[in-house]
Design a protein around this ligand. Structure first.
Ligand code: NDP
Length: 496
């Protein structure tokens, strides 16, 4: 086949058909089915991978169960920790190759893939490695009014859940693997992970690294496949104790329905439509740059992107002019070209979705202060877009577009903006730009969002809980809060 990359590892990897990673073995789907994954910059096929079906899910869940009941549970926390740390080291050793694969499969600029996606993936494994040895319970003194005179020794333990199913999207493929897998394994669970059909490659490359790191067979299994034929059977599987899901709110609700059979635990990190609020007393040049980054980073395919921009009257024209100028100057192109700042959208479907939203908004009376159309040619490119003259009831204002499209509006005072900002089914994140520290904290308290950024945006950290209010999700990623999602508490009481 034609050489796609100057990196031999990338070419070798793409030349082989991607198999399912079950019990640390590479297997074809039992049905023999495969599918192809295209390069979104060209639309041409990059690689062929196995298309897992329900029977493959059964095999992966069985392997994960055997590992859970066998070797994995017999390791000490310190041994688990060392394996996770080695995974982080290997991700860093292979950063260049992983970044190139991610850029090819997802479209994002390669430097971003390397210095954000790959770097964060390694960091999350390392952070979670630290928790393996720190999962603790409490000792308690009981009062038991109905047992006068009796004394008890009571304590709690945090125990793993068992086999967890992890279903992830295409916007940060490798990073999402790490977000889900690292805490799941740190807490002593075993896992079956299904990457998005659009971006299966970095998860398969990661599987090779898991094996090299010495992860015992069956602890982490990776199934490439489609939502309906691999994701749905995993979500409904009686042998799965929990589903950790990131993706659309619509599919999040399907996961909840699927979980009812065995009442498995569910955590959900779903959509967003974040308000980004610029007050007139802000450092305006910094706010303009921050507002542009908040929406255009990763082609706007970010659940916490600042997609609703609200600007106080006095500086409205200046901010819209500034953000539109930045949008117009962004170099859009193949993610591997050194001058590229924004790559293509992930797929033809996503391009159609974003184009449809913007066309609908323009038909409803919005004005494109920048962009407003696809770029044409091969690949799935869309212009960075700023829509003004929007009204709160428009679909472009209410719904998650998941592309490089920001809708802008003006506001008068603080009371108005809090109500408008909170007028959404979503509540994942929000931004505030002001030099008045009291106002910043007052507004942060009033906003219904799981994360509020003040004079910055899209700042995430492995130690900082991340998750949604309202229909943006259940539970939190990161920090010590994520440990609640992947463990359960046992209370033990002894009469002494
Ligand atoms: P989905 O929610 O459909 O996909 C997320 C994951 O769920 C993928 O692995 C997908 O599989 C899987 N999946 C799909 N259907 C099912 C099902 N019935 N049971 C179990 N798993 C399933 O997102 P899309 O890729 O379709 O994107 C659509 C929109 O969702 C975007 O435009 C955006 O608005 C939003 N989105 C939000 C994300 C976020 O982080 N909040 C991330 C991605 C999308 P597969 O892709 O293989 O079919």
């Amino acid at each position: 086949m034609t050489e796609i990359s100057a990196n031999k590892r990338v070419n070798d990897f793409l030349a082989n058909e991607g198999k399912l990673f079950i019990n640390n073995e590479w297997r074809s789907a039992l049905s023999g089915k495969t599918f192809t994954t295209p390069n979104p910059a060209t639309g041409r096929v990059l690689a062929t991978v196995a298309d897992a079906q329900a029977e493959d899910v059964d095999a992966a869940v069985a392997a994960a169960r055997a590992a859970y009941e066998g070797e994995w549970s017999s390791l000490t926390p310190s041994q688990r920790s060392r394996i996770l740390w080695r995974i982080a080291d290997l991700i860093e050793d292979h950063a260049e190759t992983l970044a190139e694969l991610e850029s090819l499969d997802n479209g994002k600029p390669k430097p971003q893939a390397q210095f954000v996606d790959v770097a964060v993936a390694a960091d999350v494994f390392r952070y979670m490695a630290g928790w393996c040895t720190k999962l603790e319970g409490n000792t308690l003194t009981l009062s038991t009014p109905y047992a006068p005179g009796a004394t008890f020794h009571a304590y709690t333990m945090r125990e793993a859940l068992g086999v967890v199913g992890l279903i992830i999207p295409w916007n940060f493929p490798l990073m999402m693997c790490a977000w889900k897998m690292a805490p799941a394994l740190a807490c002593g669970n075993t896992a079956v992970l299904k990457p998005a059909e659009q971006t299966p490659l970095s998860a398969l490359y990661l599987a090779e690294l898991l094996d090299q790191a010495g992860l015992p067979a069956g602890v982490a299994n990776i199934l490439t496949g489609h939502g309906e034929t691999a994701g749905a059977p995993l979500a409904a599987h009686d042998g799965v104790d929990k589903i950790g899901f990131t993706g659309s709110t619509e599919v999040g609700k399907l996961i909840v329905d699927a979980a009812r059979g065995n009442l498995k635990k569910v955590s959900l990190e779903l959509g967003g439509k974040a308000p980004n609020v610029i007050f007139a007393d802000a450092d305006i040049p910094a706010a303009i740059e921050g507002a542009a980054n908040a929406i255009f980073f990763n082609q706007g395919q970010v659940c916490c992107a600042g997609s609703r921009l609200y600007v106080q009257d006095r500086v409205y024209e200046q901010v819209i002019d500034g953000v539109s100028r930045i949008a117009g100057a962004i170099k859009v192109g193949d993610g591997r070209a050194p001058e590229t700042v924004m790559g293509p959208l992930v797929s033809a479907e996503q391009l159609e979705r974003v184009s449809g939203y913007v066309a609908g908004g323009l038909a409803d009376g919005a004005i494109a202060a920048a962009g407003g159309a696809g770029i044409g040619g091969e690949g799935f490119f869309y212009s960075p877009t700023v829509l003004t003259n929007t009204r709160p009831e428009m679909a472009v204002v209410r719904e998650e577009i998941f592309g490089p499209v920001v809708v802008a509006d003006r506001f008068g005072d603080v009371a108005d903006i809090v109500e408008v900002a909170n007028d959404s089914i979503y509540g994942l994140s929000a931004g505030i730009w002001t030099s008045d520290i009291s106002k910043a904290h007052r507004v942060a308290k009033a906003l219904q969002a799981g994360t509020v950024w003040i004079n910055c945006f899209n700042v995430l950290d492995a130690s900082l809980p991340f998750g949604g209010y309202k229909q943006s999700g259940w539970g939190r990623e990161f920090g010590h809060e994520v440990l609640q999602s992947y463990t359960q508490t046992k209370s033990v009481v002894a009469m002494i």
